[in-house]
Design a protein around this ligand. Structure first.
Ligand code: ADP
Ligand code: MG
Length: 264
């Protein structure tokens, strides 16, 4: 059972002539945080898009609890317990923060978020329950006081937290996060890391794509490293930090060298 939570088996993704991901395999166990790192263009978002069913691998298979994910329709992912956030924020500016979270009860695929819009629960009671749960989720991420503000008025950092709350609305067993700390300052990043640790403590597995090495080192149980579409390393955070292949992959990326070596 444990070994069969999420198995990614030799997935490849071709975009026309470009092989964005090549024969990548890894597993995630329940309650584990796996960080996926690698230079820009390494294929991280593409892997996340395949695991979340936005795109179907050209080759290879992804199994979730022994089910082939390629057979599952996008809108069924949340029901299965898989939700995600995107590298670019998905925000309904004119809706309140609470309403933005409530959208997560219905769908968390990109198209679902957009098409679902304001179609909320059918009964008043259901709506109240969702309202209360959304409020609790906002409390969990520390922004309950902003529940009735227009989402468009929030800072970028707060919107990132709102997105986490929305992704949690469907009660996921597996949470896929694409650079949740991108654009956050130091204290906001620390706050995000703390929230991810708390999510893990509740038993939710996380696949985390992230550039911030402090955050990765803090919250990841294991790290998978991609470079030019291929997995070049996998191991414990301390092993990865000292891995010559990994350090070499970041050469030429100024920001990368500094973050991977724990510098400024
Ligand atoms: P990362 O998230 O690691 O920065 P991506 O997964 O976004 O990398 O991209 C990996 C490679 O695939 C890049 O070369 C990118 O240009 C290419 N790519 C990603 N999505 C598409 C797409 N929809 N069409 C064509 N090429 C794509
Ligand atoms: Mg990306």
């Amino acid at each position: 059972m444990t070994a069969n939570f999420l198995e990614v088996k030799e997935i490849t993704m071709d975009f026309g002539g470009v092989r964005a991901v090549s024969l990548v395999s890894f597993e995630i166990h329940p309650g584990e945080v796996i960080a996926m790192i690698g230079p820009n263009g390494a294929g991280k978002s593409t892997v996340l898009n395949m695991v979340s069913g936005i795109i179907t691998p050209t080759q290879g298979e992804i199994y979730y609890k022994n089910q082939r994910l390629s057979r599952i329709k996008g809108h069924d992912y949340a029901r299965l317990g898989i939700t995600r956030t995107f590298q670019n924020l998905q925000v309904f500016d004119d809706m309140t923060v609470l309403e933005n979270v409530m959208v997560g009860f219905h769908s968390n695929t990109k198209s679902g978020l957009i098409s679902c819009g304001l179609k909320f629960g059918s009964s008043r009671k259901e709506e109240m329950d969702m309202h209360n749960r959304a409020y609790d989720l906002l409390k969990f991420v520390g922004i309950a006081s902003l529940s009735y503000h227009q989402a468009g008025s929030l800072s970028y950092g707060k919107l990132r937290l709102m997105e986490i709350a929305r992704a949690l609305a469907a009660n996921p067993k597996l949470l896929l996060l694409d650079e949740p700390a991108a654009g956050l300052n130091h204290s906001e990043t620390a706050e995000m890391a703390e929230i991810l640790s708390q999510i893990r403590a509740k038993g939710t597995a996380i696949l985390l794509v992230e550039h911030d090495m402090d955050m990765v080192m803090n919250v990841a149980n294991r790290i998978v490293v991609l470079d030019q579409g291929e997995k070049i390393a996998e191991g414990l955070p301390t092993e990865i930090q000292a891995n010559p292949k990994v350090i070499a992959a970041y050469l030429g990326q100024e920001e990368g060298i500094q973050t991977i070596s724990g510098g400024v």
